[in-house]
Write a protein that binds this ligand. Sequence first.
Ligand code: ASP
Length: 334
Amino acid sequence: MAAEALTVRPTWALVAHGGAGAIARGDLRPEQDAAYRQAMAAAAQAGAAVLRSGGAAMDAVEAAIRLLEDDPLFNAGRGAAFTAEGRNELDASIMEGATLAAGAVAGVTTTRHPISAARAVIEGSAHVMLGGEGADAFARSQGLEQVDPAYFFTERRWRALERGLSKLGLPIPPRPLGAPEDPSARAALVHEEGKHGTVGVVALGVHGHVAAGTSTGGASAKRWGRVGDSPIIGAGTYASDKACAVSCTGAGEYFIRLGVAHEICALVQHKGLSLQAAADQVIQGDLAALGGDGGVIAVAPDGQMAWSFNTSGMYRARIADGQSLVVGVYKDET
Ligand code: ASP
């Protein structure tokens, strides 16, 4: 009976990540560990609630990512990493497996929820990717909430920038105007997982369609309008009902060159690999061989779920119809 139950395909499924990086046991204080687990669980449950009530995979992805963007613990939305100039420039993308509809924004600075701006690109423009001031202006025109750039500020990410710039021998920019002097208690729980961090969600809805989304502040101390893999369709995000939905986190320069998200889908579609085997081949094989670090989450239309990362940890959660929530942080967890 138990074995039979396990082979039943879930009608809906969702996997979420909150970034991969230097996240080893002992790095996090117990209260940080608990806060990250609770935040990943809350995001997964928010997406699951959409799917359970018959909502679309795109809606579940957007709802879960908006929560993570609002949480200062993660390098996305509020809590984003800073550029070398001391700004928060946010990237996001979202894709629907049924239609291959895709939207992305890069370098937004005033849009509270970059993932919703990415989605609005699909529904409100003839384009796939918008960048910089134009992307914020578009988001504003679509009625998306705009905030003062200081909204994204957190003290810990600022300290990480100062450390990073000192190592590079670059000047420390002035604190952003309006940056709060006293960090909130929650922002003080931020774990600095290295230069990176990102959030992403993949989902399968009851109608059999998959979707993927990714949102990030990018690499700390990034320069010259640098854009990572997260807003690039095929690199940081990809979804196709013919294969799977994938969201990535890690050193974007490597993910772009390998076209990681699309590559995993291609291995599933054209080589018939299982989702886990395809994710492992690209992350443990190709990415590691190129010298990159990071991880992925994925879901397939038949209900397979996978994650793979070659870092010491990745904040992650998965949940599916008939399966209980699983939350992980370190490498030695399921
Ligand atoms: N992939 C993101 C970027 O390179 C950062 C991360 O996921 O850690 O911008």
